[in-house]
Design a protein. Structure first.
Length: 198
């Protein structure tokens, strides 16, 4: 099994790369999806978050109000650390379970937004980083509904491009077109994945 750690800052286009890799046969283990799963109503994860942050972070139906929680943690580094201490171990444990269930010989891509921040880069055979210029990232985040100020704050809360490049085996530039990105993914797959995974 070839294990690839895929990461990139918010708005870089990491999800697009993940989809392109899935189309080439990779099994995707998506940390964002798992992070939502481990805080669904009735989970120990959500119970612990409510215990720490109070019921103000709950929606009317008892689910996690992500916007309310984001408003608390993105303005307060200590609060963000407390949230990370709850969620990150749950996400890692679930990712290990999902990876263990993959048949031998399959390429597994762990899509982990905070791969660098959580110190997990050494867990993978290859680290693939997706980057895009800051203006492009902010524009994409504004299109998703964030304000420009919130977009800048979220980018600043993550590892820098330099920090990601320092641990990358391969860096993909997603400042251009989808076709240009797909060509880079094809080259990565042909040169670094096929020779190892067959």
């Amino acid at each position: 099994m070839l294990r690839i750690g895929l990461t990139g800052g918010i708005g870089s286009g990491k999800s697009t790369v993940s989809a392109l890799l899935a189309a080439r046969g990779a099994v995707i283990v998506d940390a964002d999806r798992i992070a939502r799963e481990v805080v669904e109503p009735g989970t120990p994860g959500l119970a612990r978050i409510v215990e720490i942050f109070g019921e103000r972070i709950l929606a009317a139906d008892g689910s996690l109000d992500r916007a309310a929680l984001a408003a608390v943690v993105f303005a307060d580094a200590q609060a963000r650390s407390r949230l990370d201490a709850i969620v990150h171990p749950l996400v890692r444990a679930r990712a290990v379970e999902l990876t263990a269930a993959v048949p031998p010989g399959v390429v597994v891509v762990n899509d982990v937004p905070l791969l660098v921040e959580t110190g997990q880069t050494s867990s993978y055979d290859l680290v693939l980083v997706v980057q895009a210029d800051p203006a492009t990232r902010v524009s994409r985040l504004v299109q998703r509904g964030l304000t420009a100020e919130d977009a800048h704050a979220r980018i600043a809360a993550q590892a820098s491009d330099d920090e990601r490049r320092a641990v990358a085996d391969v860096v993909l530039d997603n400042s251009g077109t989808l076709e240009e990105l797909a060509e880079q993914v094809d080259r990565f797959w042909a040169e670094l994945v096929v020779p190892v995974a067959g």
